[in-house]
Design a protein around this ligand. Structure first.
Ligand code: NG1
Ligand code: MG
Length: 496
C-alpha cells in the first residue's frame, strides 16, 4: 500500500507541501539574492527542498530488506532553479563557492545519457546532483530536457551519517522532475532516487531517500521495503516530561564512497553471502537477501512472534557447529557455498568493488535479525497506549543501547570515538544512545528528557568536544551537537 496518494507532481502543493518558510525566511531570501548575483539577469522559479534524516533505530538492515525507523531532521538541502528553453545545459553553483566549485554540463542526446557520468573516482560534490538528474531523465526517457540554472545551499553536515548525500540526490531528482514538468508520485521519486544514488558507487539501501521524501512533521517513519515500499508515519510517545533526540557528531568523517570496498559495500556483500548460505541450509533455495530467508521461514511456521529470534538463534547454532564464527576466507567460502572462487567473485564481488581477507557471515546475519526485531519492538512501543511513561522511555532507550552494542560488536561499523561519545552521552543523562547512519564515524543520536537537553549538551561539550577538539568555535559546536524534532519531508517553494 502506498500510504500517500499517488498525486501527479503538478499538484505540487498537495504532494510537496508549500513550506512555511518564515522560520528560515532569511536563508531563503539570501539564496535568492545569491542567485541573482551568480546568474545576473536571471530569477529562480522555484526552490526544491529535501531534508537529511536521523535514523532512530534499524541500522544496516534496509539493504537486507528489513524495516527501519528514521525521521527527517530540520537540516536540509535547498536548490533554487531557473529553467531555460534556450539550451539543454545544466549549471550548478553552491552558496559555499569556496568549498564547492561550480560545474556545468550539456545534455547530448538520449543515447549519451549514460555519459552524464558520475565518476566514482572523482569525489565531486556535483556528482550527487548528476545522480538525481540522470535518474529522472533515464527513467522517463526524456531526450529533450530543459536547461537549468541551479544554486545549492546545503546545511546537512556531510559524511556524518545524516544523509546529506541522499538529501541532495532527492532534491536534484525533484528539481529535475519539476523543471521538466513530469508527473511522478512520491513513491516514484523515491524509487528513482534510491536507484540513481547507486550511480555514485555505493550499493545502498533505500532508507534515506524514503525518509527525505516521505517524512511528516512530528512523526518518525516506519519504512518497509517488502513486498513493496511503504512509509507509515509513527507518532512518538507523548510522555511527561516530553522526550527529545539530540544528535552529536563525533567529528570523525567517514566518506563511504571512498571506503566503500572495505566498509559499506563489503557489509552488503557479507549479508548477501549469509542469505545465500542460510537459504541453502534451511530450505535448499537460493536467497538474495536475509529478508527472503525470513519470508521463507515464515511460510513454514505458525509461530508468528518469534521468527526473527528463531533465525538469530539458528545462526548461533549453525556457525558454531561449522566453527566459523570468525568468518571465511575466499577459499573457505568456496567450500561452503560450493562455488569456485571465480564464481563467487562473479556472483557477489563484481557489481561494486569489495576488498576483504575474511567475510563475516555469522556476525553480520546475527546483527541483521536482532536489529530487525528491535525495530519492530520500537515501533510497537510507540503505538502502545496506556503504558507507564517511565517504562516506555526506558524500553526505547534500552533498544537503542542494544542497537549500538550490536553495531559495535557484530557489525563492526563503529569506531573508538563513536563508542566514547555514546558512553559520554549516557553519563550525561541520555536514556539511550547509539551511532546513527552507516557509522565508522559520523553522528550519534541520544534519547533524552526534553527538560534536560541543555544540561546534557553542556556535559557532552565539556567531556568530548573540549577535550578532543579544543579549538572549536561556538558556531562549530552548535553544528556539532543539537537537539532535533521530527521534521517534514521534501517540499517545493514557488517563487512568484
Ligand atoms: P548514511 O550513513 O546516511 O549515508 C547509509 C545508507 C542507508 C543505510 C545506512 C545504514 C546510503 C545512501 N545510505 O546511510 O541506506 O544502509 O547507511 O543503516 O548509502
Ligand atoms: Mg550518505
Amino acid at each position: 500500500m502506498d500510504c500517500v496518494p499517488s498525486i501527479p507532481l503538478s499538484s505540487i502543493s498537495q504532494l510537496y507541501p508549500l513550506l512555511d518558510i518564515s522560520a528560515q525566511s532569511v536563508r531563503y531570501k539570501s539564496l535568492i539574492e545569491n542567485f541573482h548575483s551568480i546568474y545576473p539577469n536571471r530569477s529562480p522559479k522555484f526552490i526544491a527542498r529535501a531534508p537529511g534524516r536521523v535514523n532512530l533505530i534499524g541500522e544496516h538492515i534496509d539493504y537486507a530488506g528489513f524495516g527501519v525507523l528514521p525521521t527527517a531532521i530540520g537540516r536540509d538541502i535547498l536548490i533554487a532553479v531557473e529553467i531555460t528553453e534556450n539550451d539543454k545545459r545544466v549549471r550548478i553553483a553552491n552558496v559555499n563557492g569556496e568549498k564547492y566549485k561550480p560545474d556545468s554540463w550539456n545534455f547530448e542526446g538520449k543515447n549519451k545519457i549514460v555519459e552524464i557520468i558520475v565518476d566514482v573516482n572523482v569525489s565531486k560534490w556535483s556528482n550527487y546532483f548528476k545522480c538525481g538528474y540522470k535518474g529522472i531523465l533515464q527513467h522517463l526517457g526524456i531526450d529533450d530536457p530543459k536547461g537549468m540554472y541551479c544554486l545549492v545551499d546545503g546545511i546537512v553536515p556531510s559524511a556524518s551519517g545524516l544523509s546529506s548525500s541522499s538529501a541532495f540526490v532527492c532534491c536534484a531528482a525533484l528539481a529535475t522532475a519539476l523543471a521538466n514538468d513530469v508527473n511522478l508520485t512520491k513513491k516514484q521519486i523515491t524509487e528513482i532516487s534510491i536507484e540513481c544514488e547507486r550511480f555514485a558507487g555505493l550499493n545502498s539501501g533505500g532508507m534515506d531517500q524514503t525518509a527525505s521524501i516521505f517524512s511528516q512533521i512530528e512523526h518518525a517513519l516506519y519504512i518497509q521495503f517488502f513486498p513493496t515500499l511503504t512509509a507509515i508515519p509513527v507518532k512518538l510517545p507523548t510522555i511527561t516530561p516530553p522526550i527529545a533526540f539530540v544528535i552529536a557528531n563525533s567529528l570523525i568523517t567517514s566518506d563511504k564512497v571512498i571506503t566503500g570496498p572495505i566498509h559499506y559495500n563489503l557489509r552488503v556483500v557479507e549479508t548477501k553471502l549469509a542469505a545465500y548460505d542460510l537459504g541453502k541450509t534451511l530450505f535448499g533455495k537460493e536467497c538474495e537477501h536475509l529478508r527472503q530467508v525470513y519470508d521463507m521461514y515464515s511460510q513454514t511456521t505458525e509461530v508468528k512472534d518469534s521468527q526473527l529470534e528463531y533465525l538469530s538463534n539458528f545462526v548461533d547454532k549453525h556457525y558454531t557447529e561449522l566453527k566459523k564464527r570468525e568468518g571465511y576466507s575466499l577459499d573457505e567460502l568456496s567450500v561452503l557455498l560450493n562455488f569456485s572462487r571465480e564464481e563467487i567473485e562473479e556472483k557477489f564481488l563484481t557489481k561494486f568493488p569489495v576488498q576483504a581477507e575474511r567475510f563475516h557471515l555469522y556476525k553480520r546475519s546475527k546483527h541483521v535479525f536482532d536489529e530487525a526485531s528491535r525495530v519492530l519492538k520500537f515501533y510497537e512501543i510507540c503505538q502502545a497506549d496506556g503504558k507507564n511513561d517511565q517504562e516506555i522511555i526506558k524500553s526505547l532507550g534500552e533498544l537503542m543501547n542494544q542497537s549500538h552494542k550490536s553495531c559495535k560488536e557484530l557489525f563492526d561499523c563503529s569506531c573508538k570515538e563513536l563508542d566514547e561519545l555514546v558512553k559520554i552521552c549516557l553519563e550525561g543523562g541520555a536514556i539511550g544512545s547509539r551511532l546513527t547512519g552507516a557509522g565508522w564515524g559520523g553522528c550519534t543520536v541520544s534519547l533524552i528528557h526534553e527538560d534536560q537537553v541543555e544540561k546534557f549538551i553542556c556535559y557532552v561539550i565539556e567531556n568530548y568536544y573540549k577535550l578532543r577538539f579544543p579549538l572549536l568555535t561556538n558556531g562549530q559546536l552548535k553544528d556539532a551537537i543539537f537537539a532535533t524534532k521530527p521534521g517534514s519531508g521534501a517540499a517545493i517553494v514557488e517563487i512568484k
